[in-house]
Design a protein around this ligand. Structure first.
Ligand SMILES: Cc1cc2nc3c(=O)[nH]c(=O)nc-3n(C[C@H](O)[C@H](O)[C@H](O)COP(=O)(O)O)c2cc1C
Length: 413
């Protein structure tokens, strides 16, 4: 029964039942299900199972396409500023993500960035990672479309417009999520970008569900998203939080469900609070979105994509990767980073990934501290030699590991 204590759940082996429990927990926390504490036991179970019936078999998921770009599996790697560079995307792709999006770039930066060795990591695309998405944000429609053209020249297969970033500095410069408060400008940006990008390259948009919880914000959101598809955009990704909300409180999946009903056959991807494979499948099933974009949940846990695929194939949830499996990927990630960053930059930059990977190690805190002190390749290898020598079972990261990582720090670019 879904309301049994945690210990009893640990014994339940059917992932679909565990998934349903998470669905109910999510429903309650997001307010989809409003059952007060006096409603316990069987009544609550019946109510929950009516809303999210427990299924014995995996769902049949429709393949995902962004316009003419066919992705197939509908669980993709989200854009993540400071993270979703070529090495992270390549690892995600190798472990089952059919598509990944580069971190957001400023349009101004894109039009003036020189193609030097030092800069190559910004726009670098690996041969093996097509199709890959490039994302941009900016304030002025004209400059925005010029930035989009630069992404096309760099080889990106899909151009994604960012109307979601909630960082104060970004909003102060009328970029990112700010556009949700000015539909005319937002619509002009989408139209001009669509016109500037060659027709065979899909243009998509990423939005939050509004600036805030007001009626006006909701109306603006619906105006913008309808105009997106009317302007020829191929798909929209919606994060179920408002700009004002930043990362406080849950992503409202109920909003995504209503929106998908409104959009009908137009392609919608969902975002927000996807920290496990079960979360991803629950979002797909509960909201009806065509795809989901894994963000914080994939940092340090790229195996989430492999796990999603297993669940979709009706297989039992795979065990967390063992320490030797982890070691192989962590080493590979560093090697990929060395191909695009200088030696000095690489060591410092990889620390944050090491810290996230450490959450899958049974001695999480000690390993985290070891990764936090890395300066270069030798120290990285020393951490692996010390902590990953024995092939012990790993663990999936606790949800709390992801919560609190709340930035979309785009200032540098
Ligand atoms: C560190 C960080 C960087 C982010 N960078 C971007 C970005 O560059 N572009 C974007 O569209 N969203 C960005 N996001 C938002 C995520 O793609 C995603 O919509 C959001 O984190 C909600 O998903 P989650 O709750 O599953 O993490 C970022 C989020 C975080 C935490």
């Amino acid at each position: 029964m879904w309301y049994a204590p945690e210990t009893e759940f640990a014994k339940v082996e059917d992932p679909w039942r565990v998934g349903a429990r998470l669905a109910v927990v999510h429903a309650i926390t997001t307010g989809v299900l409003s059952l007060d504490d006096s409603c316990m036991g069987p009544e609550r179970t019946v109510a929950c199972e009516l809303i999210f019936p427990v299924t014995a078999s995996p769902p049949t998921l429709a393949p995902l396409s962004l316009g003419n770009v066919h992705l197939g599996f509908p669980v993709v790697q989200a854009a993540l500023s400071g993270y979703s560079d070529y090495p992270m995307r390549a690892i995600a792709r190798r472990l089952g993500a059919p598509y990944a999006i580069n971190e957001v770039m400023l349009d101004q930066f894109l039009v003036q960035v020189k193609d030097t060795h030092k800069n190559r990591h910004f726009l670098f695309i690996g041969e093996e990672e097509h199709p890959v998405g490039g994302q941009l944000m900016g304030a002025e429609p004209e400059q925005f479309s010029a930035g989009a053209v630069r992404l096309v020249q760099a080889g990106y297969d899909v151009i994604d417009i960012n109307f979601g970033c909630p960082v104060k500095k970004v909003l102060g410069r009328c970029r990112g999520g700010y556009h949700l408060s000015q539909p005319e400008v937002a619509i002009e940006i989408m139209q001009r970008t669509r016109e500037a990008v060659p027709p065979e390259i899909p243009v998509t948009v990423k939005l939050r569900r509004g600036i805030d919880d007001s009626e006006e914000s909701r109306d603006n959101f619906y105006r913008i998203i309808d105009a997106a598809f009317d302007s020829g955009l191929a798909a929209a990704t919606v994060h179920g939080r408002t700009v004002k909300q930043r990362y406080v409180g849950p992503s409202r999946w109920e909003f995504l469900r209503e929106l998908k009903q409104h959009l009908g056959s137009r392609t919608l991807l969902g975002s927000g609070d996807l920290f496990s494979a079960e979360d991803c499948l629950n979002m797909l099933q509960q909201t009806g979105v065509d795809g989901v974009t894994v963000a914080r949940g994939a940092i340090g846990n790229p195996w989430i994509f492999r796990q999603c695929r297993a669940l979709c194939d009706g297989l039992p949830s795979p065990p967390p990767p063992s320490l030797h499996e982890q070691r192989e990927v962590i080493r590979e990630h560093y090697m990929l980073a060395e191909t695009i960053y200088s030696e000095k930059r690489c060591g410092i930059l990889m620390r944050k990934f090491g810290i996230k990977y450490s959450a899958m190690h049974p001695q999480h805190l000690a390993v985290r501290d070891a990764f936090a002190r890395v300066h270069g390749r030798e120290e990285w290898e020393a951490v692996l030699a010390t902590w990953y020598a024995e092939d012990e079972p790993g663990q999936y990261p606790a949800r709390e590991v992801h919560i609190g990582n709340n930035g979309c720090e785009t200032g540098a670019k």
